[in-house]
Design a protein around this ligand. Sequence first.
Ligand code: CAA
Length: 382
Amino acid sequence: MNFELNEEQQMIRQAARDYAQRELIKDVIERDEKAIYPAEHIKKLSELGFLGMLVDPKYDGGGMDTVSYVLAIEEFSKVDSSIGVIISVNNSLVCYGIESFGTEEQKQKWLKPLARGEKIGAFLLSEPGAGSDATSQKTTAIDMGDYYLVNGVKNWITNGNSASTYIVIVQTHKEKGHKGINALLVDKYSPGITVGVHENKMGMRSSDTHSIQFTDVKVPKENRLGDDGFGFKFAMKTLEGGRIGIASQALGLASGAFELATKYAKERKAFGTEIINHQAIAFKLADMATEIEAARLLCLKAAWLKDKGLPFGNASAMAKLYAADTAMKVTTEAVQIHGGYGYVKEYHVERMMRDAKLTQIYEGTSEIQKIVISRAIANDDL
Ligand code: CAA
């Protein structure tokens, strides 16, 4: 077992850290307060190669490994976890889905601009009445011969407005249940698509979340990813990798809040000494550090399995479950350690606590991860 990072992984982590600590920090509070999409940062991060970092260089990506991806998402999310989710969705849900299951023509046309960061992608699965129960979705794609006619509404879509490339999960043959679902590549500017209002979220406020309505949208058959009826498995396989991204985002929130809490505990005095010298605070920090390290190891293990080409779905479910719960716990304790200062925006930790909540919800709630893990246990597949 080797826990050492290679030189390239260390360099990628450093580049992400430098950008986050020098640039993202400057306006993160304002972006959160006003729910401003970080367009300028996304442009710069595209130029640095992070938007398509996992994609093969032959499709204009960075060709980096998943371990490096975990390290980079952690560093961005320590400062601004909205950046973390934008990069994660583009890389692991959209680019990964096309690269793994698309045809050569689809990769040339759709993947390359996403990998270069010239276009941003979104993954449209959830609906007003179907999030966790993904097979019960109601958006239809009627087979019209050489195209599908798509009607329905998708909800809670990260990058919903900033993206111009959508992967839309649709029901083609209702009677076939999950075997009747397809995944379609759709240009946001196709006639019949309406982007709904920007959701006014509790946290992750500078990532743009929208509902998207489809009214008689014509999607060419050649835009289908995989064989007819592969859409549900496409979504499940793609989400396995997406969950490593969200786990890394949660890890960044936890480690960022921990660093701030530690710094504060070393400076703030109460009862004649720095508060880190009080066991009530020191033991909190000890628990936080231990849980963060456990979350980091789960993230890196899932990434390592993926890089080795081994099954990683159970590992990514565990990483997401544990890292998201750790993010919630650690950010809450970080607010507590800061006392009253933790409850105001200038000290960052209240934002992190709000952001952390979403990591327990999207790309499969914590309860869904427990379904995945417990089914693997029941099937002797862990
Ligand atoms: N890989 C490949 N195939 C898989 C799979 C996987 N990981 N998981 C399930 N399947 C297959 C099964 O083998 C089965 O196929 P067969 O019938 O051929 O054997 C088929 O899919 C159906 O599987 P299940 O019976 O297990 O399906 P289910 O209805 O019980 O659901 C579930 C399983 C794990 C709960 C799944 O519905 C799920 O993951 N739900 C959560 C969805 C989710 O993550 N939503 C978040 C939205 S995306 C988002 O948040 C994006 C964003 O913008 C940030």
